[in-house]
Design a protein around this ligand. Structure first.
Ligand SMILES: C[S@@+](CC[C@H](N)C(=O)[O-])C[C@H]1O[C@@H](n2cnc3c(N)ncnc32)[C@H](O)[C@@H]1O
Length: 337
């Protein structure tokens, strides 16, 4: 073959491989687009039950002009996973101050097979034990997890596996720490808890591939947010009754002063042109005259939605409690997905 012929063959094969790669990319994008993902942890204040209401506030431009998504109090990420399952978003930023939780997100994104392999062994071991042995195993793993919190165990994949195991087997899937920041939730009562949901973990890993994941306070998201961003804020709720407050996701407390600072941040981000949605408790459930949030967010739209949350541990007080969804969105999307 002369040089010209060799060149032609080379050119053709480069062209063919480009076409192949493009097809593969398109196929991959289609596959990714069709994947549905759900939270991999139970999380206090998780929003799965309220998704139907929250979706109504997604801007109609989501996935089009609004091509960035930010969730700075991500927790279990019910809204994040809903958005990831249903929209093509170009850039995503999530954060939380709970370092161990954020490490799980990173491990799932970067190292999912190693995580699955550890979780699989934990699940098989746990299933063989009787209740007494399971209890011993739970408290041993809780001790190990606290060694991980205090950096005496440094393997992030193992620490993440412990996190998921404890979340699946502890009382109500709570994450609560004492004043020293040590995890102190007792064991729950589950028969055959699903410790390793391989399919969802693998799907979450694919979906998190290009997500920016930060262990940071919510206001570190400022540089990410612009006029093309949807921001969903789900901070620790302002307690309705001090006695039943649950705000100890980490050793830092979210006080009224923090709520005030957050309202200022909401305003700042709104001024950047971002679409904002914020959840919180409604103090009017207990005191009609408590205008705490009505005052803080007087420049925005305050919606009251019904939820089945409990106000206190007394079963009589269960039932329809209202929660706040505060937004600067004007074109409310009443349609279902
Ligand atoms: C109500 S939960 C979020 C629940 C989440 N939307 C879900 O569906 O699971 C609030 C989260 O905010 C986190 N958090 C508390 N203070 C924070 C802060 N200053 N900045 C960022 N995250 C914070 C907590 O660790 C917790 O995970």
């Amino acid at each position: 073959m002369d040089n010209l012929a060799v060149e032609k063959v080379k050119t053709r094969s480069v062209h063919v491989s480009t076409v192949m790669q493009n097809n593969e990319v398109t196929e991959l994008q289609t596959v990714e687009h069709n994947i549905s993902v759900t939270p991999f942890v139970k999380w206090a204040g998780g929003k799965t039950a309220l998704l139907g209401d929250i979706r109504k506030f997604y801007p109609s431009e989501l996935g089009k002009n609004i091509n960035k998504y930010c969730e700075p109090f991500v927790g279990g990420g019910a809204v994040l996973f809903d958005v990831l399952s249903n929209y093509c978003i170009e850039e995503i930023y999530i954060s939380d101050v709970n370092r161990e939780l954020i490490n799980v997100y990173k491990t799932i994104r970067d190292n999912v097979e190693a995580l699955i392999s550890i979780l699989d062994s934990i699940q098989s071991e746990y299933a063989l034990f009787n209740v007494e042995k399971q209890k011993e195993y739970y408290y041993d793993k809780r001790d190990e997890f606290n060694l991980y919190i205090t950096n005496k165990i440094t393997d992030r994949v193992y620490g993440s596996a412990l996190f998921i195991f404890l979340n699946r087997t502890c009382f109500n899937g709570l994450y609560r720490v004492n004043n020293e920041g040590l995890f102190n939730v007792p064991m729950g009562a589950y028969v055959n808890p699903k410790i390793c949901d391989k399919e969802n973990l693998r799907n979450v890993s694919i979906k998190l591939r290009n997500v920016k994941i930060e262990c940071a306070a919510y206001d570190k998201s400022i540089d990410f947010i612009d006029a093309n961003t949807l921001v969903y804020f789900d901070p620790p709720y302002r307690p309705l009754l001090e006695t039943v407050s649950f705000t100890s996701y980490s050793k830092h407390k979210f006080t009224d002063r923090e709520q005030l600072k957050l309202a200022e941040y909401f305003k700042k981000v709104s001024q950047k042109g971002a679409v904002c949605i914020l959840s919180n408790s409604d103090p009017k459930n207990l005191n009609e005259d408590d205008n705490f949030f009505d005052d803080l967010y007087k420049d925005f739209t305050i919606n009251r939605i019904k939820s089945k949350r409990r106000i206190n541990s007394n079963a009589d007080r269960r039932g329809d409690v209202s929660e706040l969804l505060i937004t600067n969105v004007l074109d409310i999307n009443e349609g279902e997905l």
